[in-house]
Design a protein around this ligand. Structure first.
Ligand code: SF4
Length: 222
C-alpha cells in the first residue's frame, strides 16, 4: 500500500517516464477566457477544448454579448468540447452571475488572497471547487492541487485516498506532502497518466511504472 509519504517518489517516477504537458498559456487569454477554457476542458482532450475556445472567441467578443446569447447558441458554438449542453448552461450561469455581482469584471480575483478569491468564485453559480482551483492555478500561478476524477481514482487505487476522503480532504492531504513547485505538475501528470495508463476501465497495469506502490494492483495478484 502506498503511503502519503511516498507521493513525492511516485510523482518523480511519473515525471521521468512521461512528458509533462501544460496546456494553458495564460498570456494568450483574458481572465474570462481562462475561466471559459477551464470549463471547456472538463472531461475532454485539450485539442477539443482549444477548438471550442477558438469558436467561442470568434463568436463572443464580450461578456455582454455572451449574456444575450441563448444556451442553445452557446452549446452549438462549443460543441467540439463535448458535454456541450451542460457546459453551455454553466457558461451562461457564470456570465450572468459575473454581470450581476461584479458588472462583468473578473480582475478582483487577482487582488484578493487566494483563499478569499476561491471563496468568492465559489459563490458564483456554476463554479465549484475544482473549477475555482484550476482557474486560480492557471490565472494566478497558485501552487495548489485541483483534484479531478482521474486524480481521485489513482489515489484510491494506490491506497492514498481513503473511502472517507472528499475533494477538500484529499487536496489538503496531497498539498501537505507535495512541495509547492511540484503541485501543478502533479495535477497535469496525473491527468495524463489517468487518461492513458490508469484508466477507469481496464487500467494498463503491466505498463505501469508505479505498480509497486499500488494496492489495487496487489489485490489483483492474489
Ligand atoms: S498498477 Fe494499475 S491500477 Fe495501479 S496505479 Fe498502475 S495502472 Fe493504476
Amino acid at each position: 500500500m502506498a503511503r502519503i509519504s511516498d507521493i513525492s517518489k511516485i510523482i518523480s517516477i511519473l515525471l521521468k517516464k512521461y512528458k509533462l504537458e501544460i496546456p494553458w498559456n495564460k498570456s494568450n487569454y483574458s481572465l474570462f477566457e481562462i475561466l471559459i477554457s477551464v470549463i471547456l476542458s472538463q472531461r475532454t482532450y485539450w485539442r477539443n477544448a482549444q477548438l471550442a475556445l477558438k469558436r467561442f472567441r470568434s463568436k463572443f467578443r464580450s461578456l455582454r454579448e455572451l449574456s444575450l446569447a441563448s444556451e442553445e447558441e452557446i452549446a452549438e458554438i462549443i460543441r467540439p468540447a463535448g458535454l456541450y449542453k451542460i457546459k453551455a448552461r454553466r457558461i451562461k450561469m457564470i456570465a450572468s452571475a459575473l454581470l450581476k455581482e461584479y458588472e462583468g469584471a473578473l480582475d478582483w480575483v487577482l487582488r484578493l488572497s487566494c483563499e478569499k478569491a476561491r471563496e468568492e468564485l465559489m459563490k458564483l453559480a456554476g463554479i465549484g471547487p475544482k473549477t475555482a482551483d484550476v482557474f486560480l492555478m492557471i490565472a494566478r500561478g497558485e501552487k495548489i492541487i485541483p483534484i479531478d476524477t482521474h486524480i481521485f481514482r489513482i489515489m484510491r487505487r494506490l491506497g492514498i485516498a481513503s473511502a472517507e476522503d472528499n475533494y477538500e480532504s484529499l487536496k489538503k492531504k496531497l498539498e501537505e506532502h507535495v512541495s509547492p513547485e511540484l503541485r501543478p505538475k502533479l495535477h497535469f501528470i496525473l491527468i495524463k497518466f489517468g487518461r492513458n495508463i490508469c484508466k477507469a476501465r481496464n487500467p494498463k497495469c503491466s505498463d505501469c511504472p508505479i505498480a509497486i506502490y499500488c494496492d489495487w494492483f496487489k489485490n489483483q495478484q492474489r
